[in-house]
Design a protein around this ligand. Structure first.
Ligand code: FES
Length: 99
């Protein structure tokens, strides 16, 4: 095993867990499309080497979903819709400006 420093300034995790309607899950809110939207926006801004957008499994706050988190900064966004993506990008912009 090799251990090294994280190659990214931050990871954006978009919960895309899908319980197929059995109970509330982030996929109810089109989280997969949101992940693609954020991924494309990060690429267009030239941030791909510094910001990694990944889908994740359940983050534990399903009732507040769709959930997006930014680590290691520990920022949480809940009840996210497509219209909220500029706020997430603005948070990333601030993080990158301070790195
Ligand atoms: S299903 Fe997304 S936080 Fe649980």
């Amino acid at each position: 095993m090799n251990q090294s420093a994280c190659p990214f300034v931050c990871h954006v995790f978009v919960c895309t867990n899908d319980r197929k309607g059995e109970r509330k899950s982030c996929a109810d809110g089109q989280a997969k499309a949101l992940k693609e939207l954020l991924k494309d926006a990060v690429a267009k801004r030239g941030w791909k080497t510094r910001v990694r957008v990944s889908q994740s499994g359940c983050l534990g706050l399903c009732q507040q979903g769709p959930n997006v988190v930014i680590y290691p900064q520990g920022l949480w966004f809940s009840g996210v819709t497509h219209d909220d993506h500029p706020s997430i990008l603005f948070a990333l912009e601030k993080i990158l400006a301070g790195s």
